[in-house]
Design a protein around this ligand. Structure first.
Ligand SMILES: Cc1ncc(COP(=O)(O)O)c(C=O)c1O
Length: 405
């Protein structure tokens, strides 16, 4: 009997995906920071050391640490001069920040549809949404799956728009042998606790263009060019030294962590092969020319062949002990009240801003709707093991075996 109906679960102790942060070497450095009292990046060395390491890792000239992925996206948009009257195209099948950062910059998000094989933005749909107001495209490498960067570079060139990469979920992933986050005019990263490396919270922007890096640097710290002298509208998006320290140490271990993720994923894909062969689900698999970052394993259920909807399947999996199962994302962003009500900053800005002077319509996008109805996501962190993967596959067998029709 399924555990959700009171049966015995596959796992007595549920699977729990957690970051690996602690190490004895780290403790010595933490102690040193605490003893020195240098907790802010303006007085310490760790944020700077992390930024240098991140730039080297990505193969870009400039990396700047921020407080979160959301503030990194906001800074990226501001560094490119995106503002009132501009449209920015992105995917509706993502975390809110990919689109809300556009609102923070007082510009209007426009949603394009996704590709059914990768669940990333479909370049053809993006191209169809370009207007004379389009200033940038935010390309999200969702779940760690690299987006089609060649196609986006071509669109950027042809229409004179910027490409911002949202790499929040894809640190270390590669498109045609090159790390994502090194393709766009500027890119944004998140170091939230579920991400590839974490400072608890944290983010970064990266770019090869000195002028964008300089603007981002200024805006990260109040737009201050001299002591109490403010050149432009800025923020305080500075990372703390302790976050920089954690991230520096974790980035050094990136390859080791990634191997652990890949082992888990390999075992999981093997374990799910039978259900996939029977057509009860399909796994979003990387094409041969990309290296998946595996932030999430995305599984698409054949909902029409199941007697219960996707949300029930996820609850049943969790009851079996698959604690890292969830739904990313249950509805396309344009259907949430934020985008339906269009209140924004109040008085309807940026949608009703006189600098915009147009009306955006958030129509339903068929592929985003399709994906949101059937996706199940498994969070991947380096503490997970091939045994966890095997138990997860067993739980899928048990739950789908029971619910198939
Ligand atoms: C695709 C994407 N973009 C942006 C963000 C925002 O990052 P943060 O939570 O660090 O603000 C996230 C975070 O979950 C994300 O998944």
């Amino acid at each position: 009997m399924l555990a959700i109906f009171g049966g015995r679960p596959i796992r007595e102790r549920p699977i729990s995906a957690r970051p690996i942060v602690y190490s004895p070497e780290l403790m010595k450095d933490i102690e040193e920071v605490l003893k020195s009292g240098a907790l802010v990046s303006t007085h310490g060395k760790w944020v700077k050391a992390f930024e240098e390491e991140l730039a080297r890792f990505l193969g870009v000239r400039h990396a700047l640490a921020t407080t979160s992925g959301t503030t990194a996206l906001h800074l990226a948009l501001k560094a490119l001069g995106v503002g009132p009257g501009d449209e920015v195209i992105t995917t509706p099948f993502t975390f809110a920040a990919s689109a809300t950062a556009v609102l923070h910059a007082n510009a209007v998000p426009v949603f394009a549809d996704i590709d059914k094989e990768t669940l990333n933005l479909d370049p053809a749909s993006v191209e169809a949404k370009i207007t004379d107001r389009t200033k940038a495209i935010i390309v999200v490498h969702l779940a760690g799956y690299p987006a089609e960067m060649d196609a986006f570079a071509k669109i950027a060139e042809e229409y004179g728009v910027y490409v911002i990469e949202d790499v929040a979920q894809a640190l270390g992933a590669e498109y045609r042998g090159k790390k994502v986050g090194s393709f766009g005019h500027i890119s944004a990263f998140s170091f939230y606790a579920t991400k590839h490396i974490t400072g608890g919270e944290g983010g970064a922007v990266a770019t090869d263009v000195a002028a964008y890096a300089e603007r981002a640097r200024l805006m990260r710290a109040h737009g201050e060019t001299g002591k109490y002298w403010y050149e432009l509208l800025g923020y305080n998006y500075r990372m703390t030294e302790l976050q920089g320290l954690l991230l520096y140490h974790e980035l050094k271990k990136f390859d080791e962590f990634q191997r652990a993720r890949e082992e888990y994923v390999r075992a999981l894909l093997d374990g799910l092969a039978r259900l996939e062969g029977e057509g009860l689900l399909s796994v979003v698999r990387p094409k041969p020319y990309v290296k998946h970052g595996w932030h999430l394993v995305q599984i698409l259920l054949s909902v029409e062949r199941l007697s219960k909807p996707r949300d029930f399947v996820v609850e049943a999996l969790r009851a079996e002990g698959v604690g890292n199962a969830s739904v990313a994302y249950p509805v396309p962003l344009y259907r949430t009240p934020l985008f339906q009500k269009m209140e924004g900053h109040g008085k309807g800005c940026p949608w009703s801003c006189p600098f915009y002077g147009r009306k955006v319509v958030y129509e339903r996008l068929p592929n985003a709707e399709w994906a949101a109805e059937r996706v199940v996501s498994l969070l991947v962190l380096p503490n997970l093991t091939p045994e966890d993967a095997a138990d997860t596959a067993k739980a899928f067998e048990k739950v789908l075996g029971e619910l198939r029709r």
